[in-house]
Design a protein around this ligand. Structure first.
Ligand code: FAD
Length: 324
């Protein structure tokens, strides 16, 4: 019996949904192949998240507590992750594929002499390692990979797996940790956060994305109203970020964010390959476009051919009625 360990990432005082998705998948694999499900929380106050993590099947939850983890910093996080690997000796160590893990996964693999597969959309256990599917070349190709070894790190794109509750009486194990600030060579000078009222696109369950078709004020108002009705995050095509209509941080695609919500509503977006690269992994795609030949319809699960200025107002009203 081996250990399948999951890193639980915390951001703005909340557990990242992508971590719980990985934990759910790890627990499913642990049950299937007879392994242990374990998790680790590294934070300034990790104990406050233990009950939530125990709902997803972890039998042991490691905690590493230190004020230095108030903000993401590579050096202390790397040291803490190495410490938990020494303690738990995981066969597979899973992560949500976030900006934070992208920064340190290679270094952790080198430190621990472990194999690594990053940014995968599916993974499974095989005889002496894991097999995984990884979207590459702007998601035009799905590459099939295998990693073999005694310890394997894997990071998984958000939205790849559903949450699956399985309550446990988890044992909590605190790992002692200290670090000398003077030995950290980088200094954290400033964090420029997104507006607090904006929903984090990488974690959003629903995204309303606007394209050139919705570039004027009336179009933007409709996008905002649709998003607020659905409690959705707002994204944009590059046509709108380049035109300065929407903030560059909202761009989705090859040179923007890669997202995989449960529901993606593309409004006035043609579906260029560079845009599709960032959202093709969404569970359900709805497209609203006046051109019946727009390529976005090739990947949409549901399509509405029509002028968004005529389609959206009754669509939003209907949603409001359903919600009330
Ligand atoms: C190297 C490179 C990287 C790139 N990276 C990205 C990226 O990360 N993300 C990205 O999005 N793009 C990216 N692009 C740009 C990409 O190629 C497209 O130009 C861009 O996605 C087009 O945006 P759009 O769909 O909003 O605009 P358009 O292609 O102009 O499409 C607008 C759509 O709106 C529809 N429309 C217009 N009016 C209405 C209306 N009233 N009602 C309903 N529908 C309407 C039209 O029928 C049309 O289909 C990149 C390009 C390059 C070369």
């Amino acid at each position: 019996m081996s250990t399948l360990l999951t890193h639980i990432a915390i951001s703005d005082g909340k557990i990242k949904r992508s971590s719980l998705e990985v934990l759910s998948r790890m627990h499913q694999l642990a049950n299937e192949y007879g392994h242990d499900t374990e998790a680790v929380i590294i934070d300034e106050q990790p104990s406050q998240y233990v009950d939530e993590v125990a709902k997803y099947g972890a039998s042991t939850i490691y905690t590493i507590e230190n004020p230095i983890f108030k903000n993401h910093r590579n050096t202390p996080l790397l040291k803490a992750l190495s410490a938990v690997m020494d303690e738990a000796n995981p066969y597979i160590f899973g992560f949500g594929s976030t900006e934070g893990t992208k920064d340190i996964l290679g270094a952790l693999a080198a430190n621990q002499d472990a194999a690594v597969l990053s940014d995968v959309s599916e993974f499974d256990l095989i005889d002496d390692g894991i097999s995984a599917t990884r979207p590459v070349m702007a998601a035009k190709i799905l590459s099939e990979n295998e990693a073999h070894g005694d310890q394997i790190l894997v990071s998984v794109r958000s939205g790849s797996y559903d949450l699956n509750e399985s309550q446990t009486d988890a044992e909590t194990v605190n790992i002692d940790f200290s670090i000398d600030e003077d030995k950290i060579q980088s200094t954290l000078r400033e964090i420029i956060g997104a507006d607090s009222d904006k929903i984090d696109l990488s974690e959003a369950e629903t995204i309303v994305a606007a394209g050139r078709g919705a570039k004027d004020e009336e179009g933007q108002d409709l996008i905002n109203e649709l998003a607020s009705t659905l409690n959705a995050g707002i994204g944009a095509s590059r046509a709108l970020t380049e035109a300065g209509v929407m903030d560059p941080s909202l761009q989705i695609g090859q040179t923007g964010k890669v997202v995989s919500p449960q529901l993606y509503i593309a409004v006035g977006i043609s579906g260029a390959i560079q845009h599709v690269a960032g959202m093709a992994n969404s569970k359900v795609i709805v497209a609203i476009n006046k051109d019946p030949d727009a390529p976005i319809f090739d990947i949409a699960d549901y399509g509405i051919v029509g002028d968004l200025y005529k389609v959206l107002p009754p669509f939003i009203e209907e949603l409001k009625t359903i919600k009330s």
